[in-house]
Design a protein around this ligand. Sequence first.
Ligand SMILES: Cc1cc2nc3c(=O)[nH]c(=O)nc-3n(C[C@H](O)[C@H](O)[C@H](O)COP(=O)(O)OP(=O)(O)OC[C@H]3O[C@@H](n4cnc5c(N)ncnc54)[C@H](O)[C@@H]3O)c2cc1C
Length: 701
Amino acid sequence: MPNISRRDFLKGTAAGALGAAAAGSVGYLLPAAAQEEKGSFDQEYDVVVIGLGGAGACAAIEAHDAGARVLILEKQPEATHYSNTRLSGGYFHFPDPEGDHAALVEYVKAMMSGENCPWKLEGEQPHVSQEMAQMYADGVLQVRDFLMAQAPDLDPAFMEPGGSASFPMFPGFEEAKYGSSKIARYVNYTQADASLRPQDQPRLTKSAGEAFHWALVEDGVKTQRPGIDILYETPAKDLILEDGQVVGVVAAGKDGRELRICANRAVVLASGGYEYNLPMRRAFLEGPGVKGWCFYGTPENTGDGIAMAMKVGAGLAKVGKAASRIEVAVPYGEHYEKEGLKMGIASAITSAKNSMIVDNYGNRYADEFIITDSSRPFRYQFYKEALMYELLTMSYPRVPSWLIFDETRRAESCAVATGYSVAAYGLVPWSKDNLDAIERGWILKADTLEELAEKIKADPENRDMITAEQLRQSVETFNAYCDAGEDKDFQRSIDTMAPVITPPFYAMKLYPGGPNTKGGVDANAKRQVLDWQGQPIKRLYTAGEISSVFKFTYQAGGNLTECIVCGREAGKNAAAEASWTGHDAPKSDKADVKLTATSVSQEEEIAQVDLADCKDGVYTATAQGMNGNFDVTVTIDGGKIATVQVGGHNETAGIGSKAIDELPGMIVAAQSADVDVIGGASVTSNALIKAVKLCLVQAAS
Ligand SMILES: Cc1cc2nc3c(=O)[nH]c(=O)nc-3n(C[C@H](O)[C@H](O)[C@H](O)COP(=O)(O)OP(=O)(O)OC[C@H]3O[C@@H](n4cnc5c(N)ncnc54)[C@H](O)[C@@H]3O)c2cc1C
């Protein structure tokens, strides 16, 4: 690509049109005269949203519905777009509407700020908490209806209000009827094919974060509101501040070219937390934040929005907060290779039978069950327990901690989550029988506890602390408690306990960490970003984990809930700003489509596509295979499928590659993509078949 300066780029319509194409054929180029006049913007919108997770999607939906012309900038490529929202468990909050509203405000305020708790611990946010609690208490009651409006095929059975909230000691607990966490699932989730990864499930069998993401991003934004433009692979780099107000965004276009985008009304920062930003982790996280923490969401959340906001004068709030406990971490991935940041994975067995947790000395230190128990208030605060500082040795003896388990546990289930988080999505390899993790050394294996202690000791992060005697004693005591039916040290519920007794024995390191950071940019109830004096920075809004409202504590499901509540609030208020240019961006000519439970969704569109409707041409779609993406190109000639070609791929030789060798010929012979999958290669087969169908949809549209 020739190196065209922006000045050249902006001159004349032809160059402008080139810019539009480079940017993904969306947006409106300002007329040349207007470009000069405005200090040269390449594109013009009313509201620019940075980041397409749950928060960004909701902000965009709300701003669009309020009449604004909206652009979303997303850093990741479309085919491999895995936000934290998508990788998540899909839990959210929907309190009982019959609950007392004033009590609801108090209960929410306690989670956000804690200052109305009698003991008044950390978390206080008196400059924003009252209004914020009111805004949230109103918004949270609309969460279910909003979700269902985006995706009428979600199963309402899992969204009934009720159940017990997590914090009985908080004001308003009884009267507020806040309720337990709900989960997003499409109606046919029970028919999901367990051999498929979450992202490969057909729409109606999706569940958890995949369903939450699909409802908001694919259904809510893309299908229902095609007028919202999205630029993938286009990270925002800077906010443009003029005369004390944010007037636009600088982004890096797909081809590396700088794009300056005018935001007539406002910008919404929804680019997630700083989980994979090394200097921010070093600066903000307690304990050894760089080597001693792990996160199990997208490695693309690198605190970009926090950095951009700071540059225009934003204040920060409780930046060291995280929704965290202790989790599995592995030396894997780009951030590990480049910066030594381990990749987290959600563990599935931290509180399971035939397992227990010890510190670096080999001592148990807590009731392991509270680490995963959503019905109690400790779950996402457990990292604080693990960060206990030992004054006399000036060290953190619980970093890392060690999950000790036996062969019964190893054989029983996968040690990491298979329905969500990075391993489920194939971003970190982990076989269901755990054997590859043992092979890689991510799980230590030994025939005796003594040998296991030696292996732990050999790990530099043990810092020579464990003794075989201590580990053996801890295991024997734990097993004796299992036999006696009572955990005399930590009162772990006996139903969750079984002895660690059957060799071989295993040890897996656990670090403080979890889904996401929560602290970041300070913001008020309108979701305006605040400066250090608590004053709004004009035309700058925010939502999501970059500015989480839960500064004191957090009930499982709160982050996705705030994506909806705060994302909508930010989008609505951003769209309500008066245009600084004095006019609005031209409206999109793409008509909105309201999705109903019976209307044509993408899956159904794919299912219904008829070759007879396809126009001749060459069409390409990306398939998400077992080991990454590959392109599939279909040529339609004379109304027939002439060829199906597969581009470069990494599918496993002799397994996935069989599907790639055989399916194209089968599809051409059948003149249909409805062919049988190749045995043993179902993931690759389904991916290839779906890509062919997507090509046919393009050809028919
Ligand atoms: C495995 C896992 C399980 C979880 N389970 C739950 C749960 O069940 N319930 C719950 O409430 N919470 C859960 N969470 C937390 C919750 O998912 C997140 O806090 C929430 O989804 C954050 O939403 P967001 O929109 O703020 O950020 P994200 O969903 O992470 O979206 C941020 C987006 O911004 C993009 N981006 C980053 N930088 C830039 C840039 N410079 N320019 C443009 N785009 C950029 C990213 O690529 C990403 O797509 C879980 C998290 C994880 C990782």
